[in-house]
Design a protein around this ligand. Structure first.
Ligand SMILES: *Cc1c(COP(=O)(O)O)cnc(C)c1O
Length: 289
């Protein structure tokens, strides 16, 4: 994988100007914050491990990113998930399909057994096997976000960006927002919970590190359930797309809506990738309307 610094571009949304760090352009499988969070693993020599195991959602972006890394490193990749729907199994596109074609081995666990089985995974690991927690929520993610912070400091030296004081990125586990805020104490980092509520997000973050003061969690105006369809999500997705950039349909819409409602200052949005999941989300929106 040959990575060169991702560019920053400008877009207009509702008459406001925003800047976007184009991390979605890094790689089709390993893009956005998954590239950042898994940076340490990418830098790990091949012979350090023979197998990576992880667990979580069937359409997870982290799962696809791990599958891509394991393929390039020739590591076995075993992924544990709850029972997979027949619709997803039949699809010849999307993260699950792509990850399988990259060599992922899948283990389906019944709903009732899932939690206990997952907590047992870390008990019998040999030294050549690495367990990565769901969504890459791991202290190893720190390094990659420090690299991103350094890139931003360089790019903020440009005239147009020199007065920038705030950065935004949506949260699942909160790993990205947390380590970015810790790496850039001189900037405000805005985030919003896309999975669970503010309390749940704080708990997830605190499991990794104390939450720094420059990290501001914006509470969504309405209670959104992860991966459900919302007209206002699709609407802001379309408006962003029209203004020149495609974002993911799971995390980005809620962050953009929160920024429009709660902020006034100039903001740099970190594009966290996730476009590989859009086709199936767009199909669902099409069926709905
Ligand atoms: C994984 C992901 C997130 C959430 O990142 P966390 O570090 O888990 O908070 C946000 N946006 C996109 C597009 C993602 O794929």
């Amino acid at each position: 994988m040959h990575y060169t610094l991702s560019p920053i571009t400008k877009i207009t949304l509702d008459g406001r100007e925003f800047f976007v760090k184009r991390d979605e352009t890094i790689d089709p499988y390993l893009s956005g914050n998954k590239y950042r969070k898994l940076y340490t693993l990418l830098e790990t020599p091949k012979n350090s491990f023979t197998k990576i195991i992880s667990y979580g959602g069937t359409q997870s972006n982290a799962m696809l990113a791990l599958a891509a890394i394991c393929k390039s490193k020739e590591w076995e990749f075993v992924y544990y998930t709850k029972t997979i729907s027949t619709i997803i199994k039949a699809q010849e596109y999307g993260n699950y399909y792509e990850a399988l074609s990259l060599g992922m081995q899948i283990v389906e666990l019944e709903y009732d057994l899932y939690k206990e089985y997952i907590s047992g995974l870390r008990l019998d690991l040999d030294e050549k096997t690495l367990l990565i927690d769901q969504g890459g929520a791991d202290t190893r993610a720190k390094k990659g976000l420090e690299v991103l912070a350094e890139e931003l400091r360089e790019q903020f030296k440009a005239q147009e960006l020199s007065s920038m004081k705030a950065i935004a990125t949506p949260s699942g586990t909160g790993t990205t927002a947390l380590y970015l805020a810790l790496s850039l104490p001189e900037y405000i980092i805005y985030t919003t919970p896309c999975i669970g509520n503010v309390e749940y997000l704080k708990e997830q973050m605190q499991a990794l590190h104390t939450i720094p003061k420059n990290l501001i969690i914006l509470e969504p105006k309405k209670k959104y359930h992860f991966a459900k369809l919302y007209d206002e999500f699709f609407d802001v997705y379309e408006r962003l797309h029209e203004s020149g950039i495609e974002f993911d349909l799971l995390y980005a819409p809620s962050m953009w809506l929160s920024l429009l409602e709660n902020t006034q200052e100039s903001i740099l949005y970190i594009h966290s990738g996730g476009l590989s999941g859009n086709r199936s989300m767009l199909e669902r929106y099409k069926r709905k309307n």
